[in-house]
Design a protein around this ligand. Structure first.
Ligand SMILES: *[C@@H]1O[C@H](CO)[C@@H](O)[C@H](O)[C@H]1NC(C)=O
Ligand SMILES: *[C@@H]1O[C@H](CO)[C@@H](O)[C@H](O)[C@H]1NC(C)=O
Ligand SMILES: *[C@@H]1O[C@H](CO)[C@@H](O)[C@H](O)[C@H]1NC(C)=O
Ligand SMILES: *[C@@H]1O[C@H](CO)[C@@H](O)[C@H](O)[C@H]1NC(C)=O
Ligand SMILES: *[C@@H]1O[C@H](CO)[C@@H](O)[C@H](O)[C@H]1NC(C)=O
Ligand SMILES: *[C@@H]1O[C@H](CO)[C@@H](O)[C@H](O)[C@H]1NC(C)=O
Ligand SMILES: *[C@@H]1O[C@H](CO)[C@@H](O)[C@H](O)[C@H]1NC(C)=O
Length: 375
């Protein structure tokens, strides 16, 4: 096939013979050159080889192909051998759903005008940093659901991004287990406009990893973000035209989220700000972040909380003491009654004695008598 396609190129270039000869040449040579590969469907400049159990990319792709689908097959790796002859006009290559594990060096060297590459739904474990030619025009790269082993993903992505992707405008990394976004994006992707990190198990954002000055659309919905620290918020404000999607994250509404809530209320960047809700603590679950009152944002460890709990505790202890006191009184009611009677009797005796003495003292005659009797 390689032989045929090169002969084909030569004859077309020569193509100045007689009209009949030219016609014969076209019939004899150009036909196989532009003929459709086995198990594929060709229409105008689009070739589709879908769900055919192919274990490699067919070699006889017509040289004028613009759009090529080899999807839903069983191709475990792609390498320089996958595209042995130049496909100068190819702009769109769809390789989704193939279980591709490795993307080797120089694989796309024969596709100099590739603009859109779809590698979604694969199982990529190796990606050569030399996969793309040094000067390439790749603009859209789809790696959605392409990585199954998260312990390898960041290495693979770092490799991939250190290739030359200066013209990339759209990167789709959705539906992968990334945990954190790759950290060399600002250096590698100066032209990036759209970054899709939806459902990528992202637990935190490190400042500096998303400082992409041209970025217009950032999809971060359906991840595991609990808060956005202020360093990230200031990274975002460096990209004034940015639209951010943040819904579907389990926001933790404690005192640390105050900065983010203030930013949300002021910023016009968050497209779905209305839809952000708290996941923790339980009392604030499903409360909209935009309608949170600052006084309800508490931290378990902060002073206010401690004071409040200590007041409650003190109150409980006092109440308990009161109850015990009443109980003791109740159990001793007979003793107390007896004791009260005793006291009353003692008082009465005492008062009577006092009264008697008073009467004696107040009567001058008796007073003399008593003085005399004392003597
Ligand atoms: C895919 O290819 C592998 C070998 O590369 C083979 O073991 C497997 O059976 C193939 N799967 C299908 C569905 O053909
Ligand atoms: C990437 O591929 C997935 C599924 O394979 C698709 O849903 C998504 O729209 C694609 N992304 C882009 C940017 O084309
Ligand atoms: C994931 O990658 C690590 C490191 O390369 C390897 O040890 C582990 O077996 C892989 N796990 C799976 C499920 O393939
Ligand atoms: C999220 O991504 C995982 C793979 O990482 C996938 O299994 C799951 O279906 C995705 N969820 C949605 C809602 O797309
Ligand atoms: C991240 O933020 C910290 C503190 O705000 C700062 O010291 C550090 O330099 C920042 N890192 C980057 C890469 O911007
Ligand atoms: C919003 O933020 C900008 C810049 O940080 C600030 O100038 C402006 O006063 C803020 N607006 C409100 C209503 O807080
Ligand atoms: C917010 O959520 C509602 C209901 O789930 C949905 O219809 C709406 O499109 C969402 N808005 C945005 C901006 O995502």
């Amino acid at each position: 096939m390689r032989l045929l396609s090169s002969t084909c190129g030569e004859i077309r270039r020569r193509g100045l013979g007689s009209a009949i000869f030219h016609l014969l040449v076209v019939l004899a040579v150009s036909l196989p050159c532009l003929s459709c590969p086995d198990r594929c469907v060709c229409s105008s400049q689009t070739v589709k080889c879908q769900k055919q159990d192919l274990d490699s990319i067919p070699h006889s792709i017509p040289s004028n192909t613009k759009i090529l689908f080899v999807t839903g097959n069983n191709i475990s790796s792609i390498s320089a051998d996958s595209f042995p002859s130049p496909l100068e006009q190819l702009t769109d290559l769809y390789l989704s759903g193939n279980e591709i594990q490795s993307v080797d060096s120089e694989v796309f060297d024969n596709l100099p005008n590739l603009v859109r590459l779809d590698l979604s739904n694969n199982n990529i474990q190796e990606f050569s940093e030399r996969a793309f030619p040094h000067s390439n025009s790749l603009q859209v790269l789809n790696l959605s659901r392409s990585f199954h082993n998260y312990s390898q993903t960041n290495d693979v992505l770092n490799n991939l991004l250190s290739g030359n992707l200066a013209h990339l405008t759209v990167l789709d990394l959705s539906d992968n287990d990334l945990l954190v976004p790759p950290d060399n994006m600002p250096a590698s992707l100066p032209s990036l406009l759209t970054l899709n990190l939806q459902n990528a198990s992202i637990v935190s954002l490190r400042n500096g990893t998303l400082t992409l000055p041209l970025l217009r659309d950032l999809h971060l919905q359906d991840n595991r973000l609990k808060n956005l620290p202020s360093a990230i918020l200031s990274d975002f404000s460096l990209a004034p035209g940015l639209h951010i999607h943040l819904s579907g994250n389990p926001w933790r509404c404690d005192c640390f989220i105050e900065d983010m809530v203030a930013w949300l209320k002021n910023s016009t960047q968050v497209v779905d700000a209305q839809n952000l809700t708290c996941a923790y603590p339980g009392v604030l679950r499903r409360q909209a972040l935009l309608h949170l009152q600052q006084t309800r944002l508490k931290c378990a460890g902060n002073m206010e909380g401690v004071l409040e709990t200590s007041y409650v505790f003190l109150g409980l202890v006092l109440a308990l003491i009161g109850v015990i006191f009443l109980l003791v009184l109740y159990l001793n009611r007979k003793g107390i009654k007896r004791w009260m009677y005793n006291i009353r009797d003692a008082c009465r005796d005492h008062m009577e004695g006092y009264h008697y003495r008073y009467e004696i003292n107040s009567d001058p005659r008796l007073a003399n008598l008593s003085i005399n009797s004392d003597v």
